[in-house]
Design a binder for this molecule. Structure first.
Ligand code: NAD
Length: 343
């Protein structure tokens, strides 16, 4: 039986392929941009500087994780003083987040060149941090107009970062398969995204991994996320845990929590992983990639688990399995200890 559904395709133009970073000038022109500001973090500074110099564009390299509002204010001042008319975000979720923050405030066009698998470039979501609190909003102005996926740009990711960033992408697909507003097209993309990443990450195949990341990012931008993303938001925002590593550790445990309430999604995830069970399969994939599997190794204080459980149940949101504090506290303990979920 086909459940009734709503499907809305994202307006972002996607260009995929090795060497396609060369299409950035034509892409900017297509958007009518004459003087876009190239945005990077410090690590991608040299790359951004070269791209900007080649085209006579300005460059700013101050992007930071979790999009702090004071960083955005500084970048916005540079944007204005340089007479910029758009942004070219080159980097992971942090550089892309800053580009989105500028676009939200100026309604300028954005072209993204992702260098990780996080998926932010395919969404109209922006998380911003002010006074230690991270808040998330959705707005059409936040959705990037053009994305150029060039596998050469992710080739420099250190193996551990590639592994955790890839698990971060898989998390979008997992939650997309049981999303309250899910639909058959997005489910196809989610399953294919997991298939691609599960094969590509152990093999170091950046092209296939980036293809999977695009699919998973599209899922994130199209349907609502649930418990897993909520937990990671709480752990990242309140305990300052690293983004992709936290996703990697929590994903198998959140999947185990929801398993009995989302049997069809679990079947599809397990099938995509070629594993007996979705949750254990995700744990094994992380382990095989030598990625972290416990919150303890990420520096989470054990006495913070109670607070995290309280925060996770504070504001209700749709999730396949009802949110029960005691069960969530156990989930967090399992994540802290790095326990392999039962098959
Ligand atoms: P990131 O952008 O902070 O990058 C992590 C580190 O890896 C940085 O030091 C960066 O310089 C380095 N790096 C990036 N690409 C590299 C490459 N190709 N080679 C070598 N080093 C590289 O991390 P991320 O995980 O991509 O993004 C995390 C941020 O994005 C968080 O703030 C998160 O909230 C946000 N995010 C937002 C959305 C959304 O839809 N709004 C989606 C996913 C992530």
């Amino acid at each position: 039986m086909i459940q009734p559904f709503i499907y809305q395709a994202l307006p972002t133009r996607v260009i995929f392929g090795r060497g396609k970073q060369q299409a950035v000038k034509a892409g900017a022109e297509r958007l009518g941009l004459k003087r876009p500001l190239v945005i990077t973090g410090k690590q991608q500074s040299a790359l951004g500087k070269a791209l900007a110099a080649q085209n006579g564009w300005p460059h700013w390299d101050g992007a930071k994780m979790h999009t702090p509002v004071d960083v955005t204010d500084t970048a916005l001042a540079v944007f204005k003083s340089e007479g910029a008319d758009g942004v070219i975000a080159l980097g992971g979720g942090s550089a892309i987040g800053l580009g989105k923050a500028i676009a939200l405030r100026t309604d300028c066009a954005q072209l993204c060149l992702p260098t990780t698998f996080a998926g932010s470039e395919m969404t109209n979501i922006l998380g911003e941090t002010a006074a230690g609190t991270k808040t998330t909003k959705r707005d059409a102005k936040i959705q990037p107009e053009t994305v150029i996926y060039d596998p050469d740009l992710v080739g420099t990711l250190p193996p551990l970062m590639a592994a955790t960033s890839g698990m971060n992408a898989i998390a979008h697909a997992v939650e997309g398969l049981y999303a309250v507003d899910g639909n058959p097209i997005i489910a196809l993309m989610a399953e294919e995204g997991i298939v691609a990443l599960a094969a590509a990450l152990p093999a170091g195949d950046t092209e296939k991994a980036l293809y999977g990341a695009w699919l998973c990012g599209t899922v994130l931008g199209s349907v609502s996320m649930a418990l897993h993303h909520k937990l990671c938001h709480v752990l990242g925002g309140t305990f300052n845990l690293p983004h992709s590593e936290t996703h990697t550790v929590v994903l198998p445990q959140a999947t185990a929590y929801n398993a009995s309430a989302a049997p069809d999604a679990m079947l599809r995830i397990a099938r995509a992983l070629n594993a007996k069970s979705a949750a254990a399969g995700l744990f094994d994939l992380a382990k095989n990639l030598n990625a972290p599997t416990s919150l303890k190794e990420l520096g989470m204080p054990e006495d913070g688990l109670d607070k995290a459980a309280d925060m996770a149940v504070a504001a209700p949101y749709p999730n396949p399995k009802p949110l029960e504090r005691a069960a969530l506290r156990q989930l967090l303990q399992n994540a802290y200890d790095g326990r392999r979920p039962a098959e």
